[in-house]
Design a protein around this ligand. Structure first.
Ligand code: UDP
Length: 441
């Protein structure tokens, strides 16, 4: 591919092929240090943490900037060698709903610039995660002339296409994302469908949208001894369907519960599957609270309360045991940009039954590593789960296929693609940034 030189104004350092010496990441509304599986902490937090740590292993130091939600958090915390989480005070030092953050973004940008000035550091590239951080990256241009990469994780356009009326994203987000498509120097799409959507439906320039898939930690997520995992969770040989994720309408939990009703009515007593539900909040007595309590109530109303076990959100280190114990992982989402849970399950050798939406349609290999079903369709979801649960030979072949499929999402390969985008931006290139979708091949 031929690269065109940057034809804009000359900016010190960027008109040369100088290497990228330091990167700034912005994750304004949620910290990579947050507890996973809560309302606003999931795939993006994992992604930011893992990407930064893999970039640092390649020799690139990274500072991750996030908003202060607690007055006692130190300004800078080391996440791993050469990766710091820097807490920026912008707005009240308390948790705020992400929809209330927009007015505080200019202060975030100024405080970030002041931090860099105080510390005497400069960044060769800024990588913004989610639209709010993208707006900060754009405002930072008042202080730095640094190019910025935008990773939306989801866009309002894509979310609203599948959202119920009450769950629609605000117009401010829609408008800001449209502006960011024009303002960002590079945009990373998580899958080829998202790239097409950004270009053809949302008007982004094709030259700057690169597709780079998610990565998965293959050291943490690998095949486990199934019997040992089941013992650790106190499970006998009952068929186990696992769900892992945030409690959010986009995750299709309602569809899964409706599918459980169908599955439970089909099976002989004693062979009815147990659904383990990881995510959301439980109290000290193990009772679901908040939005998870509503899910538990719905399970009882549907008459399947006895088949569903809620364990609350779990640290990522505990998840291999859950993936290892499960016969199948259900990902019934209405939309997923990445769908990290599906890739983690596959890396653990556990087949996946997922909705054919977003990144899932590319990460799950139909009939080889799992099954894809239409979203919002309990009958199809139940039929696919039944097929995997009832046919041991098929399940074992899916397990091998799942493990193989996941290997191509190794973080070192994914981080290498992102580092290449940074390198080209820092060298002054702007057009023709997109990479081959080789990891999806
Ligand atoms: N996760 C976790 N503990 C939980 C629930 C989720 O560690 O209790 C992690 C999970 O391992 C995955 C991420 O959160 O890496 C969820 O990412 P995914 O892309 O599936 O969903 P998102 O949260 O981005 O919608």
């Amino acid at each position: 591919m031929e690269l065109h030189d940057y034809s804009g104004p000359s900016v010190f350092g960027y008109e040369t092929d100088a290497p990228v010496r330091r990167a700034a990441m912005i994750s304004a509304h949620t910290s990579p240090l947050a507890t996973l599986g809560g309302k606003d902490a999931g795939g993006m937090n994992v992604y930011v943490r893992e990407l930064a740590s893999h970039l640092s292993r390649r020799g690139l130091p990274v500072d991750i900037f996030t908003r202060r939600t607690d007055p006692t958090t130190p300004e800078s915390v080391s996440l791993c060698p050469h990766v710091n989480v820097v807490t920026i005070t912008a707005g009240p030092a308390e948790p705020l709903d992400k929809h209330a953050l927009f007015p505080h973004l200019p202060e975030f940008a100024s405080e970030m610039a002041l931090y860099a000035l105080r510390r005497g550091v400069r960044y060769d590239v800024v990588h913004a995660h989610y639209w709010l951080s993208g707006w900060i990256a754009h405002l930072l241009r008042r202080y730095w002339a640094t190019p910025f990469v935008q990773l939306f994780h989801t866009t309002a356009h894509m979310k609203n296409a599948v959202a119920a009326r009450g769950d629609r994203e605000p117009e401010l987000r829609v408008r800001t994302e449209r502006r960011l498509l024009a303002l960002a120097d590079s945009i990373i799409a998580a899958n080829p469908g998202e790239r097409a959507d950004l270009i053809w439906r949302q008007g982004a320039s094709g030259a700057k949208v690169c597709t780079v898939p998610p990565g998965v930690d293959l050291e943490r997520f690998r095949r486990q001894d199934r019997a040992a995992c089941r013992r650790a969770l106190g499970l006998n040989d009952v068929p186990v369907v696992l769900f892992v994720g945030r409690v959010d309408p986009i995750k299709g939990i309602d569809t899964l519960l409706d599918a459980v009703v169908i599955l439970s009515s089909d099976d002989a007593p004693g062979r009815q599957p147990c659904i383990i539900f990881v995510g959301g909040e439980i109290d000290a007595a193990g009772r679901p609270v908040g939005t998870l309590a509503a899910v538990a109530r719905r399970a009882i109303d549907l008459g399947v309360g006895a088949h569903v076990r809620f364990v609350g959100s779990q640290p990522q280190d505990e998840l291999p045991t859950f993936y290892g114990a499960a016969d199948v992982v259900a990902v019934p989402s209405r939309y997923e940009s990445f769908g990290l849970v599906a890739v983690e399950a596959m890396a653990s050798g556990t087949p996946v039954v997922a909705s054919r939406v977003g990144g899932l349609a590319y990460t799950v290999d139909e009939e080889a590593s799992g099954l894809l079903v239409p979203s919002n369709n309990p009958n199809e979801l139940a039929a696919a789960l039944r097929r995997v649960l009832s046919d041991v030979t098929f399940r074992e072949s899916l397990s091998d296929g799942a493990f193989r499929t996941a290997q191509r999402f190794a973080w070192p390969a994914v981080a290498a693609q992102i580092a290449e985008i940074y390198r080209r931006l820092a060298a002054g290139h702007r057009g023709d940034l997109c990479c081959d979708d080789e990891l999806f091949a």
